[in-house]
Design a protein around this ligand. Structure first.
Ligand code: S3P
Length: 429
């Protein structure tokens, strides 16, 4: 994708549905006993993989006028898949589905692309095994492909997780729903709580409070309708583009503003970003808002510890804001970035450097010496097949003196199908 520098952006952007909530909506609907209508589902590559897998497990899902109807059939009526279940590039699919499949009464195999099959899976294999699951993985139970022989008699357990991860927590919760006895999960920091919120909306007996979640199994899950709000992690790209460009203003309506996911807005505001939140309401147990962003003079910031799991997906785009901010931005305690779709510390540091950003790699993060007059150099940069790296580089390229080529940009469809359309709209303004 070829991108040229622009002066400003203005207007309203349509942000597609939230990826995390989309995955959860179809998985949880499948195990209800009724039909669930899902509005504004995100038809990105990752979520399509989840739909394909549910299909192979015998769940009927219809698409009518862009919306979905999931014919929930309960876990007991899922059928043994005849093929390997392919998760593609999707960490959320493999981790959440592993929890569910562990509690079935049949065998299944989960595998993905090169990136997925090299990402850490011990973090889900171990806790599931402790609940009695028969799950094994490559390289001494640390990597996918995963082989699961379902066990409908899992046991609830108390977990103290070392790494805060919503995917791991959600995986355990999917198994806990069908286990004997309650399950408790403690995490060192808060992580996104979409599974807890949706489970509560579906009638599960669940309590959660930041770092602590408790689920008592046995409740019948049901829901009639779910609306998926816009993905704040996708909105993040256009919010930062607006802040760093002069004379710019953008509006994004119906965005999910889950308190944990919106730490990122708090950080940008601390940096001096002018962001206005309007029209706050709650839909299906999730806060939804409209967001306005304005050109801003940004200052550097230090980010670490508590906030990291909440902003983990936004760190690449926060690095663009930091490049245009006055002073030294330090991001630490973010070693988890190395286990995403690519090693995001390496990907961001190496490619931002190519475009002239003063950025240094640290074991657990990065240091950026920002400049309010920063203009990106011309050149070609690599995405490493990582959608958030590709989109962050594209926004950085809007600050360029000339043209920037982002190689391997197709991966953007992993999470944000309309991104390139929106970008072209901006460049032709
Ligand atoms: C996600 C959780 C996060 C995030 C990912 C989506 C989810 O991963 O990075 O993009 O939907 O639960 P971790 O749980 O590994 O932090």
């Amino acid at each position: 994708m070829e991108i040229h520098g622009i002066k400003s952006i203005k207007g309203e952007f349509k942000i597609p549905g939230d990826k995390s909530i989309s995955h959860r909506s179809v998985i949880l609907s499948s195990i209800t006993g009724n039909n669930v209508a899902i509005e504004n589902f995100l038809f990105c590559q990752d979520c399509i993989k989840t739909l394909d897998i549910l299909n192979k497990l015998g769940v009927k899902i219809e698409k009518i006028n862009g919306n979905l109807i999931v014919y929930g059939k309960g876990i007991k009526n899922l059928k043994e898949p005849e093929e390997i279940l392919d998760v593609g590039n999707s960490g959320t699919t493999i981790r959440i589905m592993s929890g569910l499949l562990s509690a079935t009464n049949f065998m299944s195999v989960l595998s993905g692309d090169k990136s997925i099959n090299s990402r850490p899976m011990e973090r889900i294999i171990k806790p599931l095994q402790e609940m009695g699951a028969k799950i094994n993985g490559r390289e001494n139970n640390t990597k996918a492909p995963l082989v699961i022989i379902g066990n409908p008699k899992l046991k609830g357990k108390k977990f103290e997780l070392k790494v805060s991860s919503a995917q791991v927590k959600s995986c355990i919760l999917m198994a806990a729903l069908h286990a004997i006895g309650s399950t408790e999960i403690m995490q060192p920091q808060v992580s996104r709580d979409h599974t807890e919120r949706m489970l509560q909306y579906f009638g599960a007996d669940i309590t959660y409070d930041g770092k602590y979640t408790k689920l008592n199994p046995g409740k019948k899950l049901s829901a009639g309708k779910i609306y998926i709000p816009g993905d704040i992690s996708s909105a993040a790209f256009f919010i930062v583009a607006t802040l760093v460009l002069k004379n710019s203003y953008t509006l994004m309506k119906d965005i999910g503003m889950n308190p944990i996911r919106s730490y990122f807005i708090e950080i940008l505001r601390q940096m001096g970003g002018k962001i206005v939140i309007k029209n706050q309401r709650i839909i299906n147990n999730e806060p939804v808002v409209d967001i306005e962003a304005f050109s801003s003079k940004l200052n550097s910031i230090e980010i670490g510890r508590e906030k990291i799991p909440g902003i983990i997906d936004e760190i690449p785009i926060l690095c663009v804001a930091a490049a245009k901010a006055r002073g030294k931005t330090v991001i630490r305690d973010a070693g988890e970035l190395r286990f995403k779709e690519s090693d995001r510390i390496k990907s961001i540091v190496s490619q931002f450097k190519k475009l002239g950003v003063d950025i240094k790699e640290k074991e657990d993060g990065m240091i950026i010496n920002g400049d309010v007059d920063f203009q990106a150099d011309e050149g070609a940069v690599e995405s490493f097949g990582d959608h958030r790296v590709a989109m962050s580089l594209s926004i950085l390229a809007l600050l360029s003196k000339g043209n920037v080529t982002v190689l391997d940009s197709d991966c953007i469809n992993t999470s944000f199908p309309g991104f390139i359309y929106n970008l072209k709209k901006i460049m032709s303004q």
